[in-house]
Design a protein around this ligand. Structure first.
Ligand code: PAF
Length: 289
């Protein structure tokens, strides 16, 4: 595996691969890798001749008072995990080469970035869309791989890739979970023993919601209330729970079609997100319908 820190060298390396007819896959990450990331590397390797992973803790997607400084980092461990997984290229730029003095251009995906996490993290998705667009332009991959845990991010990147004619296949891999159901996240390492014990309650609440849907519940309000009640008496401070259309993230009053049930919660100083998709017949039922 070759490690590259300079955007221009990375572009050159990927261009050479494409010229040789090699399908290029990109797995963008912020590092402190876990099995969720590595499953995306494996998927890329199975579908592409060259797999590049980026490790860059992108400052522009963190708001003031968020955890940019505390975000877990371990570049050596990341490099050896990627090497072991068979990645071909590791792109690990410095912030100064991604955002040199005078950098003034941002990508905003209207609508999709405003609800769910976007309502609580102003500017977050603008930072995500901007850095992902830059990575797409540097690498020019044929396919790019993201995790379903960040469902809003995945929907937004899909929209951006289509709107800006990137011509990249956006592949979304399933959320990878710990044996007790907790969605893998780089931030899990920051949970105390007690918080770690409480963390799987999120997945348990989402599972209870899925079971309620399977028993016939179709009211979004009832699903939200069920999840809230399942988290009462736990250390979770639920930030939001929303029931939206999986394709356009529009709020639903009644569950129909592909439905995303998404939540965010604070456990101590750590913010966790999780979601499930339930698939029902029909695509009506948007709020107000
Ligand atoms: O999901 C992440 O780790 C980040 O948001 C991403 C896509 C690498 C952009 O910084």
């Amino acid at each position: 595996m070759k490690t590259i820190t300079d955007p221009e060298s990375m572009s050159r390396e990927c261009r050479d691969a494409r010229r040789m007819g090699r399908r290029v896959g990109l797995v963008p990450t912020m590092g402190f890798l876990h099995q969720g990331h590595l499953s995306l590397v494996r998927r890329s390797r199975s579908e592409c001749a060259l797999t590049a992973a980026s490790v860059f803790v992108n400052p522009t997607q963190f708001g003031p008072g968020e955890d940019f400084d505390r975000y877990p980092r371990d570049p050596d461990r990341d490099a050896s995990l990627l090497e072991r997984e068979g990645a071909d290229l590791l792109f690990a730029p410095e912030a100064g080469s991604m955002y040199p003095p005078g950098h003034a251009t941002h990508v905003e995906v209207a609508g999709l970035g405003e609800g769910l996490c976007g309502a609580f993290r102003p500017g977050h998705f603008r930072g995500v869309a901007t850095v992902v667009a830059k990575l797409f332009n540097i690498v020019r991959p044929d396919a790019a791989y993201f995790g379903q845990k960040d469902a809003q991010q995945a929907a937004l990147i899909r929209r951006m890739a289509a709107d800006l004619n990137f011509g990249i296949d956006i592949v979304v891999g399933p959320t990878v979970r710990e044996p007790d159901g907790l969605a893998m996240s780089s931030r899990n390492v920051r949970l105390s023993t007690e918080e770690r014990r409480a963390a799987p309650a999120l997945h348990a609440a989402l599972t209870a919601a899925r079971q309620a849907v399977e028993r016939g519940t179709r009211s979004a309000a009832e699903i939200r209330e069920l999840i809230r009640s399942r988290l009462e008496g736990t250390p979770h401070r639920l930030q939001y729970v929303e029931v939206v259309s999986a394709s356009d993230l529009e709020p639903l009053a009644r569950l129909q079609g592909d439905v995303l049930i998404a939540l965010a919660s604070h456990l101590g100083g750590t913010r966790l997100i999780d979601n499930i998709i339930v698939r029902l017949p029909g695509d009506e039922g948007k709020a107000g319908a």
